[in-house]
Design a protein around this ligand. Sequence first.
Ligand code: LMR
Length: 407
Amino acid sequence: DANAVPQAPEDPLFGLMAAFRRDPDPKKVDLGIGAYRDDNAKPWILPVVKLAEDRLRNDPDLNHEYLPIAGLPEFTAASQKLVLGGDSPAIKEKRVTSLQTISGTGAVHLGALFLAKFYKTKTERLAYFSAPTWANHFQIFANVGLAYKTYPYFDKQTKGLDFDGTFAAIRDAPEGSIIVLHACAHNPTGVDPTQEQWKKIAALIREKKHFPFFDTAYQGFASGDLATDGWAIRYFIEQGFELCIAQSYAKNFGLYGERAGCFHFVTSPASDAEVTIKRVASQLAILQRSEISNPPAYGARIASTVLNDPELFKEWEANLKTMSGRIKEMRTELRKKLEDMGTPGTWNHITEQIGMFSFTGLSEKQVLKIREDSHVYMTNNGRISMAGLNTHNVDYFAKAVDKVIRE
Ligand code: LMR
């Protein structure tokens, strides 16, 4: 009886996007959804994506047939190399299996579904998310029946990492817990562990026999360098962890609507690793077939064309520098403007945080006030999408922040 279905709340982020679109005020500023914008607040098609699309258009061999269940083979192979590094021991030893997914969301979902079915521990299976995390993590895991808790992550005082809190919670989690980690450019805080802190986290995860689950949506987009942003995952692989990775190409290729992503499962080095990974792959294929049958081709073809062509790859790296560079400039500008105005508080976190977002420290009350008074849209937790700022609105935004803080 459909009458019994209760009303669900609107998705906060997509609700915010709709509210922004409805707002007729010409001064309105969209700092909500994490999608790159150029200096005129317009979506940016990466030049390299245009080049790849031209090639695809002129390819007489392309058709609209189904892809294999695991996706486009040259895309998944290139995705492995991108995330793990070309000379990764895991690739050489054939202990990685990869499936093309419906972007990062689909990859997180496939991983969670697989773990819900096959991950066995002595105690209750429990996933741990950073507090805060990408809101979708909660419902994706809940929907496949995995229980979760959170580990403290953000230090409200320093607006940086609460390393002690993170460490203590991971230490106290029941042995064999699933620890969800943002590989780089943590969403929503923009705060990442240092390499030394990552090493300590890895050692602790090993000691507690936890299972690391990486979400990587910003490789190359955060620092502008693919190896730097891929460091944490590659370090864990070097340490021989069994782990999984959800990889998105939404941000670093600007392919938001194409839903290009990849799920990777990596087993530990062992003499029978190659056999084990084949069994894992066979089960993942069944899950994928029952959920989406086979993934969509277009976005994966674009990414694959770029990833497998040295010239285009170089162009892509340049495009990544354009995006990350503009965001870094906006961080510097915003911090400078707030400091020049003497806006109460400290603003070093704006330039210390990295990637798409900054966690400003504004309260929900201030966020709502700024939306009402200045038509600036950010999520209620005070997160701003840095890409929404540009040379034309950063001053306006800084003044709006200054005003709301002094009120
Ligand atoms: C965001 O957090 O704004 C993006 O990752 C978009 C999304 O899917 O939530």
